[in-house]
Design a protein around this ligand. Structure first.
Ligand code: MG
Length: 278
């Protein structure tokens, strides 16, 4: 996005030199969580559209020849593709189990038989204890959604689901993880950190790697790039996290993305076609 007027770059809390350091990298990977990072939370999950202006800015960044842009979400891929609409870059869903490549091809990693049996069992248990109407069955997980409930009731239901799911998770290669707005039991062996690392390994040596997310499931990604890149958590700066920087909320993420879109493009001719996203 070129406005012709040089705007002051937004502060990344905890990373005072962020923009100066970033500008030294000729190639960059920018990976973004979806809910709570690009889109405000919504009780009706399929109404959680991107924050105003964000799709236009993402389009602008995706046209930059120095940046590979990806959305990395815990949602099923199909949901992100609907909600993110016009975004035609890399989209990773189900914590890395599904991926829409920059070529448009879709790659799915299947949970193994033992994990699938465990997820069926987790779904049945949740229905038996009366949580069925809040359950979502995803390709490699079962989620209990509590957004919109009274916080005490939400906490009670999440604790209950977590307790019964933990009882079956170890024996089936599953793990129980909280997320903002619920709890889920999911296949182990692949997470947002692994998905990010796969993208990072497809970049040229010396590329900057930046990941922005708001939730506990994003901690896997922050941890993975702690020494190799820049994890930025959306929310309060006093929360325990492996991220090195903070942005206070989604409006600040939008400002950050605007500043990225306005970065001077490195003089050296580069192309994003080198990414090995298969
Ligand atoms: Mg999120």
């Amino acid at each position: 996005m070129r406005t012709g007027r040089k705007k002051k770059k937004p502060k990344v809390i905890g990373l005072p030199d962020f923009w100066d350091v970033l500008s030294c990298h000729e190639t960059k990977l920018l990976a973004l969580d979806y809910d709570g990072t690009l889109a405000p939370f919504c009780v009706q999950r399929m109404q959680a559209y991107p924050y105003p202006g964000v799709p236009r800015i993402l389009e602008s960044i995706s046209r930059r020849r120095d940046t590979v842009l990806a959305i990395v979400s815990g949602r099923p891929l199909a949901e992100v593709l609907i909600l993110a609409g016009s975004f035609d870059g890399i989209v990773i869903g189900s914590h890395g189990m599904e991926k829409r490549l920059s070529s448009g091809d879709i790659v799915v990693k299947a949970a193994d038989q033992e994990q699938r049996q465990g997820l069926c069992c987790a779904q049945s248990i949740a229905e038996e204890i009366g949580l069925g109407d809040r359950i979502e069955l995803k390709p490699a997980s079962v989620a209990l959604h509590t957004r919109g409930l009274d916080p005490e009731e939400a906490s009670r239901l999440e604790d209950r689901a977590a307790r019964v799911w933990r009882a079956i998770s170890d024996g089936h290669g599953l793990e129980v993880r909280r997320f903002n707005g619920g709890v889920e039991v999911r296949a182990t062996g692949w997470n947002k950190g692994d998905a990010l690392e796969e993208l990072r390994r497809g970049m040229p040596v010396g590329s900057a790697c930046v990941y922005i997310g708001d939730d506990d499931t994003d901690e896997d990604a922050f941890l993975k790039i702690r020494r190799r890149g820049y994890g930025i958590r959306v929310g309060d700066a006093d929360r325990p996290t492996a991220a090195r920087g903070f942005l206070p909320g989604i409006p600040a993420v939008r400002e950050f993305l605007e500043a990225w879109a306005d970065l001077a493009v490195p003089a050296r001719e580069e192309s994003v076609s080198w990414i090995r996203d298969g």
